[in-house]
Write a protein that binds this ligand. Sequence first.
Ligand SMILES: NC(=O)c1ccc[n+]([C@@H]2O[C@H](COP(=O)([O-])OP(=O)(O)OC[C@H]3O[C@@H](n4cnc5c(N)ncnc54)[C@H](OP(=O)(O)O)[C@@H]3O)[C@@H](O)[C@H]2O)c1
Length: 269
Amino acid sequence: MSNPPILKRVTGRTRVMFILGDPVAHIIGTAILNEDFFRHGVDATVSPLHVAPGDLGQVVQAIRAMRNVAGFGVTIPHKIAVIPHLDRTTGRAAGIGAVNFVRREADGTLVGDNVDGIGFVAGLRRNGVEVAGRRVLQLGAGGAGRAIAFALAEAGASRIAIHNRTEDRALALARAVAAAYPACATTAAGPDSAGHDLVVNTTSLGMHEEDALPADLAGLDAGAVVADVIMAPETTPLLEAAAARGCRIIRGKEMLLDQPRLVREFLAL
Ligand SMILES: NC(=O)c1ccc[n+]([C@@H]2O[C@H](COP(=O)([O-])OP(=O)(O)OC[C@H]3O[C@@H](n4cnc5c(N)ncnc54)[C@H](OP(=O)(O)O)[C@@H]3O)[C@@H](O)[C@H]2O)c1
């Protein structure tokens, strides 16, 4: 049991954090962060806050006045809606158009960032996969896809081809990434993986047994890496197909493992 010792050590010196969501019953990020703070000797604690969309502005305004609060996370449905209530966002969160962590500075200033994509890139790096110079096929242009495309470009991918069921979203994301990172050739594309050396699934395809594969791996070189953001099942049919071709695979859980460190760094804990 790791929770009782964590709770017992909360004092008036402890930095407090929240994760705002609606609903909150499924949130486990709080437990992961509390465990991480405990292991690293960081005097901080995190609690979920159940906040309905209509109350978000009022809650964020109240947090400005809470002087022992280091910041807060935001999850569904607040990742976009929180932005107008903040003082500023990092360039990366502005490009992505969504925030998942907010730092509260000493004077109550609130700064939003998004660490989903850099968490994904950190997961690749921890597994020995460098993004610099890679030709990427990214499947999906939803919330996770936007964060990951910006992070891949920031990490030095040479090309990103984005395929999405709704092509307009792929086009809009490709244009936004290309404008922010002109050195990375980012375009909307089809689902053909030939000629790519990193394939990333950011769609929800693969969560259900009846789902089609999100990409055609027929032309994929065995030296390519295939990564998926889906956490359940742990090894998606796409990853199984990639492994059968001899490709290196990176599972969805890898994207989460570096997030506590990234949150500690962003909140200066
Ligand atoms: N590992 C992690 O830490 C982590 C973090 C965040 C998210 N995720 C996972 O990432 C996945 C996407 O989450 P999200 O927040 O980005 O969701 P989202 O914003 O709703 O985007 C969903 C994406 O999947 C595509 N899609 C959905 N159903 C499809 C279908 N039947 N055929 C083809 N494409 C389909 C959507 O295409 P359209 O644009 O055409 O709708 C869109 O690109 C989820 O499985 C989520 O659990 C994992």
